[in-house]
Write a protein that binds this ligand. Structure first.
Ligand SMILES: [Zn+2]
Length: 104
């Protein structure tokens, strides 16, 4: 199964449980903090678990007024899983990208 097929499979699966909402995964239409408009963007998220750090690109709804970032439940769950793995040093599946330093 190539990547395109996998993407199609994932799409087909999520489409089968679509609800009559614009974006079923995103519970907010407006920023819950300031009521500003939201725009879907790809953002870089830094996660920490124990002494380890992971950087990943995820989709977020970003408030155009205050910059608040909102993540889908699925993404938040993924963050938790990654943090737990970082804490337990289960980093074999992650790609190492350099060294982290503490300064002062
Ligand atoms: Zn806002």
């Amino acid at each position: 199964m190539n990547l395109a097929n996998i993407k199609e499979a994932i799409q087909a699966r999520s489409e089968s449980r679509i609800m009559p909402m614009r974006r079923p995964m995103m519970p907010f239409e407006k920023c819950p903090g300031c009521d500003g408009d939201l725009a879907e963007k790809s953002v870089e998220k830094v996660l920490r678990g124990g002494v380890n750090t992971a950087v990943l690109k995820v989709c977020a709804e970003v408030c155009l007024r205050c910059g608040e970032m909102l993540y889908s439940q699925e993404t938040v769950r993924r963050f938790e899983q990654i943090k737990a793995k970082l804490e337990r040093q289960e980093t074999g599946e992650f790609q190492a990208i350099g060294v982290s330093y503490q300064v002062a």
